[in-house]
Design a protein. Structure first.
Length: 238
């Protein structure tokens, strides 16, 4: 299983939020320095979220450029990618893969087109409360999760990043039931996100690998010292 350590960026700094809420930031330092540390530890991917872009209040694209220039690592970039211009900017900034969120819900025709054009360079973030999608930086409801999966599967989407937003940044464990249900509804790859608090949480996800969960995003647990990235990689067999 792939471990994707997360770097969430606000105003040029790496932060973690509680349940994705603006104003709950804990600051952890320079994103590029953290990316270099993750790469030197052995991570093959990092999950980068431009929270200023996600909340519609700015951009940290220059940080992604810096990370891509200084680190030989795959970048999955999320936040504010909603049209051709922002998608091109994200890819030009060094992202190997982009994670579409709000756009997939609010502009499905565009999403279908770019999935067809870019293939596995497009992932779709399914951020949910229960089975209801959350959009606009998790501030608005966006329809039914499984109806969206059916539509995107038909368009050829190859990967979903599934986040239970009530778990994100809480260190209360991943929503295994949600992940199992998503895997039962799609043949696409699934990346788990939200709530990982211990190495046992990663171990609990390993049986889902044969069902379609190919990776797990880990953020606050690493930053808070619950375990190290090296330990997570060892447990995941990455």
């Amino acid at each position: 299983m792939i471990v994707l350590p997360a770097i969430d960026i606000v105003d040029g700094r790496a932060v973690r939020l509680h349940q994705g809420k603006a104003g709950t930031e804990t600051v952890y330092g320079d994103p590029a320095s953290i990316a270099r540390e993750f790469a030197s530890t052995g991570a093959s991917w990092i999950h980068v979220v431009d929270l200023d872009a996600a909340f519609g209040r700015g951009s940290n694209a220059h940080i992604t450029h810096e990370i891509a220039r200084s680190v030989d690592i795959n970048i999955e970039l999320s936040g504010g990618i909603r049209d051709d211009e922002s998608l091109k900017r994200a890819l030009d900034a060094g992202a190997r893969r982009v994670n579409l969120g709000t756009a997939a819900i609010e502009n499905p025709e565009w999403t279908k087109r770019v999935i067809g054009e870019y293939g596995d360079r497009i992932a779709v973030g399914l951020d949910v409360r229960g089975s209801t999608l959350a959009t606009r930086g998790w501030t608005e409801a966006g329809g039914d999760l499984f109806e969206m999966i059916a539509m995107l599967d038909e368009a050829g989407c190859e990967r979903y990043v599934v986040t239970d937003v009530t778990k994100d940044g809480t260190l209360t464990g991943p929503n295994v039931q949600l992940l199992e249900e998503v895997c039962s509804r799609t043949d696409a790859h699934v990346v788990a996100s939200g709530g990982v608090s211990s190495l046992d949480d990663i171990r609990a996800l390993l049986p889902l690998a044969e069902k379609g969960v190919e990776g797990v995003i880990v953020g606050k647990a690493i930053y808070s010292g619950a375990f190290t990235l090296a330990q997570a990689l060892e447990v995941a067999g990455a």
